[in-house]
Design a protein around this ligand. Structure first.
Ligand code: ADP
Ligand code: TRP
Length: 328
């Protein structure tokens, strides 16, 4: 019998598919960091998942290190949170296999994210199709209660609920049915006004700085309203991004200047640049510092894996026993 956990267990994964951008920060990372106070958090770098799209040894390795540094610099506290690489707990792939045997083809065939990725031209590998089962295993192996995610991942959590229910009914009540928690900022605009996303090439990286950052911010697409004319803040990408960093008063003040006219987009972009630089200043320092101490980062991930693996082993042993895989 597995003892129920004392505190609510919160779990989320992030794919190491490149450097994190402002959409990732306001859409996901910020909430993950804040939730560290709300329960027992397990956060991991989903490198097995990334293999469905990143098939280059150096790139996957580099991205994994980048995401670890990004999270630690942005406030992930390894004293509070179990932080690890997905692949350091290989039991998760065994659980995924077992779960796949109670997962209907029809359930996976309805996955919107799979269909969208195939439409975008990503090869329809078996791994890409099976991806939600591995995700269910990620969640269930730590017997998680709450999964903070962006809107695009909600269907995967619903699939996890379905799969967990089926397993519990077919074999034994092992898994709590997890809930999702929707991350607040659901659509951070990119440079071109579409949703900021690596796949649209319209991102501002969290840790961009100097000329590179300036170039990005100055390149945000705006309309051609002359400086003197009134402007509509609700339709301006610069204002949208500025709002993420500003206090209510600062936001109201800039909106009033837009509406009165007399402010050019160049000036608004400078204000935004100042905000981005200031907001991430201490995280940027911390990231540089950590980047120079790779052994320490590796140590944090290994210690996270040790703690995660201990939990995973409890689950996988109960699962093996429940399905009839055991020694005489
Ligand atoms: P990308 O679209 O750049 O590939 P991912 O799909 O890896 O980003 O997203 C990782 C997390 O960041 C998800 O929880 C997702 O919902 C969130 N996210 C990504 N882009 C945005 C955005 N523009 N606005 C809000 N949240 C976002
Ligand atoms: N599929 C998620 C994404 O692309 C990453 C992920 C993998 C995840 N396993 C998970 C998220 C388990 C939450 C829980 O964003």
């Amino acid at each position: 019998m597995i003892q129920p956990t004392q505190r609510k267990r919160i779990l989320s994964g992030v794919q190491p598919s490149g450097k994190l951008h402002l959409g990732n920060y306001f859409g996901a990372v910020k909430q993950h960091i804040a939730l560290q106070e709300a329960g027992e958090c397990f956060y991991f770098i989903a490198n097995y998942h990334s293999l469905t799209t990143v098939q280059d040894r150096e790139t996957l390795g580099q991205n994994t290190r980048d995401v670890a540094l990004d999270y630690l610099a942005l406030g992930l506290d390894p004293g509070k949170t179990v932080f690890f690489r997905q692949s350091d707990v290989p039991e998760v792939t065994e659980l995924a296999w077992i779960l796949s045997t109670v997962t209907n083809m029809g359930l996976l065939e309805r996955a919107v994210s799979y269909k969208e990725k195939v439409e975008k031209g990503i090869d329809a590998s078996v791994g890409l199709f099976y991806y939600p089962v591995l995700m269910a295993a990620d969640i269930l192996i730590y017997r998680s209660h709450l999964v903070p995610v962006g809107k695009d991942q909600v269907q995967h959590i619903e699939m996890t609920q379905d799969i967990a229910g089926k397993f519990n009914r077919a074999f034994k009540e092992i898994f709590p049915i997890p809930d999702f928690r929707l991350d607040k900022e659901s659509k951070v605009p990119g440079l071109d006004g579409q949703k900021m996303s690596k796949s649209y090439g319209n991102t501002i990286e969290i840790f961009a700085e100097g000329k590179a950052l300036e170039k990005k911010v100055m390149g945000i697409v705006t309309d051609s309203t002359p400086v003197a004319d009134p402007k509509d803040p609700s339709r301006c990408n610069v204002f949208g991004l500025y709002s993420l960093f500003a206090t209510g008063e600062e936001k109201a003040a800039l909106a009033a200047r837009y509406q009165a006219g007399g402010i050019g987009y160049g000036e608004a972009k400078k204000a935004l640049l100042g905000k981005i630089t200031g907001y991430f200043a201490s995280a940027r320092e911390k990231r540089k510092d950590l980047a120079g101490r790779p052994d320490e980062v590796e140590g944090i991930l290994r210690e996270g894996a040790r703690r995660a693996r201990a939990e995973a082993r409890i689950t996988i042993e109960a699962v093996r026993d429940a399905v009839g895989i055991f020694n005489y």
